[in-house]
Design a protein around this ligand. Sequence first.
Ligand code: ADP
Length: 366
Amino acid sequence: NGRASVRPVERHGAPPRPAGRSRVRVAVRLRPKNSEDLAHGADFDSCVELQPECKKLKLKKNNWSCESYRFDEVFSENASQKRVYESVLEGYNGTVMAYGQTGTGKTYTVGRLGNDDPSEGGIMVRALEHILSVMSLETDSVAISFLQLYLESVQDLLAPEKTNIPIVEDPKTGEVSLPGAAKVEIRDLEHVFQLLQIGEMNRHAANTKMNTESSRSHAILIIHIQRSSRIEDGSNTSLPNGTDNLFPDNLPLVLKSKLLIVDLAGSERIDKSGSEGHMIEEAKFINLSLTSLGKCINALAENSPHIPTRDSKLTRILRDSFGGTARTSLIVTIGPSSRHFSETSSTIMFGQRAMKIVNTIRIKEE
Ligand code: ADP
């Protein structure tokens, strides 16, 4: 039974949590073959072979060359959304990110609403449903901000007139916030669907206006939780996966926590040949944010004293997801076809580097 926690950002009157170390948890998910894969003979020409029971994945370059990689979790094309959600959040709430080539299932994994078929719902909806199911909305509050990061500009998906939202960092605690972004308090699951749908529509509209695709931008859902019900009613309700360890009975506290769920832009290299102006800018900025994410991951994996989080807005927003009190999960998504061997291979390497990151849990005494 993993002891999960929604990462505490602010604790009033609580004793320090014991120091500890937690590795970034990395899962790989294989998308089922689609018609395009089948048309290209993916049945006979898949470049990956999974061994979910030993949490291994084999990547076949050709008949003679094959490498095996271990992850924290290996999800086959048959893995359900429920299993992925449970595994990803177990023990590692805080930040969940999906990384991979466009079309490999990042949005399916994190952003799928599943309002027609609940078994299809992705991590965003499941996390909010889970949180709502264990909180008392009389004494606790759950609010969301939903943002898109495109060309180094943060846009509000719940209040689309807000663009260029600044990222603010508390100089004392290092906590990152976006005070200009709408923060909408959630009433119930129906409301969650409504808001996420509005966010999706605004994302689509903004991208149409800018003449780009959603795969070019990062979507970031921030769930803000403020909880005090334990104090009020002494009830034994707990957040999923053992989050109750943050609420020991003797703590008279109001606890604020933050959960980030990020659907990253497609990791494929953008072909700059023949593209002009806007396209070149786009390629540069997507490369900037994902490249700087990669640099931070490398620096963290190597335990470097300097993590270059200031190089891009993406890494500035994710700054408090790395190191410190963070609990971070990364899901890398891949397709089966050997036609995309090079992108699949680079996605797997990205995941392998992230497997080396260890976050040291340090909570400052107040
Ligand atoms: P990405 O966000 O990486 O660009 P999408 O999530 O949009 O990719 O997925 C591309 C297509 O593949 C979508 O039609 C999606 O429904 C489908 N798909 C992706 N992953 C799965 C999966 N695990 N099971 C079923 N369909 C999937």
